[in-house]
Ligand binder design. Structure first.
Ligand code: CO
Length: 197
């Protein structure tokens, strides 16, 4: 009798094992899904440099963003001994309550022979203002005093010197504006556009 019971138990055990096996097989899909995940890290060892590259790319904008925000209401223009500004455009953010333009003379020539300033007027006024500034002479820093056409201006500087001007961007709301140097003979080449945005 017991020999009959045992096989029946064995069948029950087998069926139980089969049932367990079935459950394990049902649970195995979870295991295969883990294997791709497990193999993914192994494959990602190759993409890892890409993630480093993207990290570099991410850090580059991150580094430039603070610089942009810091420079949002100021910019630097360089002028040299070759009678050149280093830019032909100054971009001014109209959201700024005041905007500062720094002028740096990177040359070594004295201001008596290679002086530079930075004057902002309406573009249409450049030639007349420059002509009258020249007539004002070096003692006036080649600027006509109390010239209403001049929106803003720096001092005249020589090599190695720096100066700056501050302007209210709202004064540039209407019209087309430019910057230029009023040292005699310079305004023809030392000029650029003011871009208010
Ligand atoms: Co100049």
């Amino acid at each position: 009798m017991a020999s009959f019971i045992k096989p029946s138990f064995a069948v029950l055990l087998l069926s139980a094992l089969a049932a367990c096996g079935g459950q394990q097989q049902e649970s195995t899909p979870a295991a295969p899904s883990e294997t791709p995940a497990a193999s993914a890290p192994a494959e990602s060892s190759a993409p890892a440099p890409a993630s480093e590259a993207s990290a570099v790319e991410a850090s580059a904008p991150a580094a430039s963003e603070p610089a942009q925000s810091a420079d949002a209401c100021e910019t630097t223009v360089e002028a040299n001994d070759q009678m050149q500004y280093n830019t032909q455009e100054i971009s001014i953010n109209k959201a700024c309550q005041s905007f500062t333009v720094k002028l740096k003379h990177t040359g070594s020539a004295p201001k008596t022979s290679m002086g530079h300033n930075l004057v902002i007027t309406k573009t249409a006024d450049i030639d007349d203002v420059a002509k009258e500034a020249m007539a004002a002479g070096p003692d006036q820093g080649y600027l006509k005093a109390d010239d209403a056409r001049i929106i803003a201006h720096t001092d005249m500087i020589g090599g190695g010197e720096e100066t700056n001007l501050t302007i209210d961007p709202s004064k540039l709301a209407d019209g087309s504006y430019s910057f230029f140097c009023t040292f005699p003979g310079h305004s023809g080449v030392m000029r650029g556009t003011i871009n208010v945005h």
